[in-house]
Design a protein around this ligand. Sequence first.
Ligand SMILES: Nc1ncnc2c1ncn2[C@@H]1O[C@H](COP(=O)(O)OP(=O)(O)OP(=O)(O)O)[C@@H](O)[C@H]1O
Length: 260
Amino acid sequence: MSAHGSMLELKGISKSYMRGKERHLVLNDISLTVGAGEFVSLIGPSGSGKSTLFRMIGGVEKPDQGRVLFDGEDRTGQKGLISYMPQQAALFPWLKVEDNIRFALVSTGTLKREAKAQAAQWLERIQLGHVAKEYPHVLSGGMQQRVSFLRALLMQRDVMCLDEPFAALDALTRADMQRWLLELWEADRRSVLFVTHSIEEALVLSDRIYVLSPAPATVLRELVVPFDRPRRADVWTSPEFVELKREVLRLLEEGHSGTV
Ligand SMILES: Nc1ncnc2c1ncn2[C@@H]1O[C@H](COP(=O)(O)OP(=O)(O)OP(=O)(O)O)[C@@H](O)[C@H]1O
């Protein structure tokens, strides 16, 4: 770990794209941190540049300005340091569920003969042992996202980046997934950067939240979420929760800047 304890640190990231003959600023001087074993959410209006930011973190593109540090080291533009979970489960359709998991394990250094047993154990642990030999298309959307999350978890990278992973699910499945994720993550704390449009989801899951402005995205505010862990599934009923939700909503609506 770095001296100040950040697994991921973004320092003054700016990025613009050409649209026709005009240059459009998308990210404007974004700085944020994710500590080791910390769950951090990014919340912002649609089109504010959250996916663009993930591309900078993943090293797929380089920022115009600023640096991406992992564990205190400058790794700007370097790939292979994060595991990534997109909105739609990106499982290999030609591989059975268990082989999708085995692939993730083997690709990050687990021996082939151990990967088979580990994949089976993990699928049992997340109550998906019965679909281990199925192909992904047979699974419901929620099940596919469970497998997709497990795959990201087992990649053993420094930081897990989850890009609106539950956006395509119906409300009930989504609430189930949040409880499920919370339980799994609290048992095996990893550094997570989570993008969501849902204020409730960010408040239920996170240790801290960064609220982004509309494009060009800047950090409007950083909020510490004060609820104890393990977090109770009914935390959303507390007055403090309602107050924080109102606060984030106000920030998003007004685009106000300030500090807490
Ligand atoms: N390669 C590119 N070339 C030109 N413009 C781009 C490129 N990538 C992103 N943009 C622009 O940057 C802006 C932010 O896009 P981005 O997808 O990062 O937003 P977002 O916050 O993830 O959106 P949403 O919440 O809707 O998923 C958009 O206006 C988009 O058109």
